[in-house]
Design a protein around this ligand. Sequence first.
Ligand code: NAP
Length: 544
Amino acid sequence: MPTVPPPWKRPALLPGDRFDAVVVGAGFAGLYMLHRLRRSGFNARLLEAGGGVGGTWYWNRYPGARCDIESMQYSYQFSEELQQEWVWTERYAAQPEILSYIEHVAERFDLKRDIQFDTRVEAASFDEATNEWVVKTDAGQSIRARFFIMGVGCLSSAITPQFKGYEDFAGPIYHTGHWPYEKVDFSGKRVGIIGTGASAVQSIPLIAEEASHLYVFQRTANYVVPAQNRKLPPDEVAALKADYKGFRARAKQRPAAFLFPFHTDSALAVSDAERRARFEQQWLVGGLPFLGAFGDLLTNVEANKTVTAFWHDKIREVVKDAKTADLLTPKGDVFGCKRLCGGTNYYEAYNRANVALIDVSKSGIERFTPTGIRAEGHDYALDAIVCATGFDAMTGSITRIAITGLGGVTIQQKWRDGPSTYLGLTVSGFPNMFNMSGPGGPSVLATMVTCAEQHGDWIAGCMSWMREHGKTRIDPRPDVEQAWGEEVAAAASKSLRATCNSWYVGSNVAGKARVFMPYIGGYPRYVEFCDAAAEGGYQGFTVG
Ligand code: NAP
C-alpha cells in the first residue's frame, strides 16, 4: 500500500464537529464536489483513506499505469483557465502525470485545507431525529453532517482471491490496485503475475523488461488493442484549446461523453474487404475507439462475431510462438463484453525469451508455496508475485462502509439482490446520501471526470434548493427508484455487454448478485433524466 509522508498540515476533526456535508474520497469526484460545495456556500469536510489526493491515481502506481481515455478529455472542464493552462504531454496520460494534474488542481483551488488524509470512513448512520448523518472514522472520530456524499470510486476495492497457502509465500506479494509508493525493483527477479485484465496488460511489458523471468498466469484471454499512445504535438493541443468549450460540448453529446471517430453503419452491411479495411483503420486509431468501427458491434451478435477472425490474425501476426498465440486468443467471448484493454507492446512481450504464458484455465492456481506458485500440476519458482486480480467494482467501496439508513436498514441489506438507486445518485431509505459515479449512473461507461462534474453540480443544486426551501431531508420515493431500475435494466438488455462474466455484472466476486450495474443508456439521456428530476422541484423525492 502506498504511504506518503504528510507534506501539509492536516485539518483535524474535533468531537462534535458539524458540517453541511461530509465527502468521502479525494479522487476526481470528491475533489470536484468539495470545490463545488464551497462555491455554493456550504461548509464541507473531505475524508480520504490515502495519504494524498488522487483516488484511483493515488493507489494504482503499478508499472505502466495509464488512462484509457484521452488526456484532453479525461480532465476537468469546470474552469476554462485550468483547462487552458494545463499542458498534457501524451495522448493517454501515465499515472504520474495524472497524479501531478490532480495535485495541481488541489493546490490551485486550495482544496487541501478541508481534507483530512489517512482517514478511512468505517460507518455512517442516519439520525432520524435530527436529519443528520453521523460519520465514524477508523481513528475513532465521530462527526455530524446534514449530507453524506460518497466519491469512493468504482474500481477502488481491490480483490485478492483467497489463494491456498497465500501466507506461506516467502517473497513479497503486490496488488496492482494497492501499489507501494516507493519504486518496486524487479531487476534480476523471477516474477509471477496473476491476471490478464487491463492492469496486467499495462504492467506485463514493463515488468518483463526488468525481471529476469516473468510468468503470466492467465485464466481467460482478453481482447487487447494497441493503445497507439503518442506524444501530443503542441500545434494539435493549441488547435483543440482554441475551442475547448465547443469540443467539450460536442463530447457531451456522445453516449460515453467522449469524442472519437465513430461509424454508425452495420458491420454486416459491407463486404468482407471493406470490413477488414475499417478494422485496420480503427486498429491504427487504437484503444477504446476501436469499438467505433461499426455501429452494431455491441448490439448485434453476428456483427460482433466479425471481429473475432480479425483479432486472431492480428495476434498471430505479432506473437511468434503458435501455442502462445492460440492461448492469447479469446475463445467464445463476445468482443467488447468485458472492457476492451488498450495495450502498448502487450502481445510483443510474449516474444521475449524471459516471458512465459501459463494457462490456468483448467484447474486454476492450485496454491502459493513458500517458493512460488503451483498451478496445473507444475511448480513455478518465484521471488515476487503480482496480483492483477481486479476489484469488487462499483459497489465494493460503498458496501465496505457500515451505512445505516431509515429503520436501521443497512446498505448491504438493501443491495442484497443488486444495487438499486434513483439516477445512481440517491438510494431510497438513505435520505441526504449521495453517490458519485456509483451503480445506476453512467459511471465507468462514460468519461469519469465529466460525470463527476455533472454529479457534483446536480448534488450541489439539490442542496441549494433545499436550503432555499428550508428543507432538511430528501429521500427518493421507492416507486421512482424502481422505475429507474427498470430503465437501467432495459438499457442493459439492448447491449451485448450485459451477456458475459465480467466485473460489470459482479461475476468476479463470489456471492455477489449478478446485475449489470452501470447505466448504459448514454450520457446525454442520463443528463436529461437528472435535469428533469431537479427541474420538476424534486417531485420524485419525499422532502421534509
Ligand atoms: P480485471 O479486468 O477484473 O482483471 C482481473 C484479472 O485477474 C482477470 O484476468 C481475471 O481472470 C484474473 N483473475 C482473478 N482472479 C483470479 C484467480 N483466482 N485465478 C486466476 N486469475 C484470476 O481487473 P483489472 O485488470 O485491474 O481491470 C479492472 C478495470 O479497471 C478495467 O476493466 C478498467 O476499467 C480499469 N482499468 C483501466 C485502465 C486504463 O485506464 N487503461 C487500467 C487498469 C484498469 P478472469 O478473466 O478469468 O476472471
